[in-house]
Ligand binder design. Sequence first.
Ligand code: BGC
Length: 755
Amino acid sequence: MTRVMLIIAGCLLLSACNNPSTKSEEDRFVDQLLSKMSLEEKIGQMNQYASHWEMTGPAPKNSSAQKRLEEIKNGDVGSMLNVAGAKATYEAQKLAVENSRLGIPLLFAYDVIHGYKTMTPIPLAEACAWDPEISKLASQLAAREASAAGLHWTFAPMMDVGRDARWGRVMEGCGEDPYLTSVLSVARVKGFEGNDLSKENSIAACAKHFAAYAFAEAGREYNTVDIGTYSLHNITLPPFKAVADAGVSTFMNSFNIINGTPSTANPYLQRELLKGDWDFDGFVVSDWASIKEIVIHGAAEDLKHAAELSLKAGSDMDMESNAYLPYLKELVQEGKVDEALIDDAVRRILKLKYRLGLFNDPYKYSNEEREKEIVYSNESKEQTRKIARHSMVLLKNQDHLLPLSKNAKSIAVIGPLANDKNSPLGNWRAQAIKNSAVSLLEGIKNAVNPTTEIKFAKGCDLAVSGRNFLNELVFANADAKEMDKAVAAAQESDLVIMALGEDSFQSGEGRSQTDIRLKGAQMELYNKIRKLNKKIVVVLMNGRPLAIPEIAESADAILETWFAGSEAGNAIADVLFGDFNPSGKLSMSFPFNVGQCPIYYNHMNTGRPTSAGNVFWSHYTDAPNDALFPFGYGLSYTKFEYGKASTDKEVYKMDESVKLKVKVKNTGKFAGEEVVQVYIQDQAATYVRPTKELKAFNKQNYQVGEEKEITFTLDQSDLGYYSPEGEFLFEAGLYHIYVGTNSKDVQKISLKFTE
Ligand code: BGC
């Protein structure tokens, strides 16, 4: 029993502390503890530091590291990020628990975005599975490894709805659609948190970044956000509301301003909406140094002022601004902030520690044996291979070139990413071991018969330096000798598989681009190989949609594999050689060129959507309006035929639901999965609605020749929307329902709702 438990034990039964259903016990425990805490100790709980130093060794004298160690011992720190591993977390926990007056355990947080050591595909890829079970599985896998490494809390899921491929952080989210993002983020939260946070294999999740960070102007990282309240309520906020309703433990605010107010200092978002209307009982952590940045934005005089604004706005924990620890006490004493706000923040933080079972055993997650057994285990690798196969999207398959035969005589494997064991791990890779992914080349060699001759030539390099989390990438120039080798390998082979795309550190935080075509000498290499008139399968690896119209036009087959994680090469080979029939659907539109960004399927119609035979319509004179590959798009090795979709009525009363059905048949030669997608359009709304909005989907496996009737029910919550003031509206009038295999190829049904 920890010191803090001993203090409270007189009043409470120990067994009750672990039972999440006895909420009143939790409240009583937390209230009792709070009543024993000094103002300084409370403020300490609201302070989060990152670890940049060795917790177990002596810190350099008079260094900031030494100061921080003393602060941990003194109870001035409530949480740490970036301390990972059973041993390191144990040592750090000991400092807090054994030295501070009340022995309150630390909360260990980390960016476990798509895996801890075993990497699953990046979230943008995972979202292409359109499968909540897959998303849940991926987060369960991450939680199992992270919890075994002593962690309590992940800064995931990132659920910023992203429409602009220039913004590098689209790789971390679920793409451009609020509904898909909502469904999958809820699944991810469930995967991380399970049903009981005190279980040893679950960790707390964090919904981030609240809010509208992905709307950074022109896709430039950390840039100004100028989003109207109409888009805010209908596009950005719904996924956050969905995870708040699902009980996510924490939120993280965002770096950007909204309507001139930095999110960290935004009382409307954090207090009125999240903790008020949505009744969220968890806590809000600031983003890294975002309290400090309120001063830089120009919304506070100094750090003390920023601390005051943030606390009042509802930011409960200070990540690395060092603003709360030095200033909150003074602010209370000066009467500028009410201590009740501090009590509220601390109560929220202590509740999470209670729910995790940390007051019962602060070391429960720091178990080196469990860590050895679970982290990077064969079971994890098997699972990530499964998730990866489901995340891949077949973009083109001319004349059914894929799947390939494992008995092919000779295959050339070409491209800078073909034998790259690092890039498939993606960015935000937590504790992944550098160069540990199965490369495409390795995967192909594992899959084909020993008689198949594999010739590998990289053709060019992609990035020559900066291949890490911190630095700018420098791209390689063409190298004539390497190109020649690649041309020779292609010439001598029956078929070419080319791995092209991005370096893993090309997307992620701080990685905005104005050009989203293939970097370096990749197009030159592609064009050289293309001229040989060999069949070419392009395997894309990337963290954002790319502008690749020439490849879309001329390659025979294109498989989008994103950054597929630790087992990338094996999973890609599973798809290329037909052990798995691809079923992924794009979670984000691909543009023809960067000038179309932001491009998204759920746009408004405008007053001039079509040509009247002259230039005076909403279009570009040098590129189409449409996406190169639209949202929801993805092919299969088999063929699905849709019957005529129908609804149960044509006219509905306002309290009735629409029952929709459609028959889908696998008329091809392979068993496979299909995602049936349902979109709506409210044709006569008080506020103009998008031409299409995803409202439901259904993914099923179909045997060859199998037909299924797929049914959907759409009710008011699906058909309504938010006014610019955030009021939910469901209105009478004409609606169109669209059913199909992607956001473009759909059939339409019209119906009416009447008062
Ligand atoms: C990112 C967050 C992340 C935090 C901690 C920030 O720069 O915006 O998403 O969780 O760092 O690493």
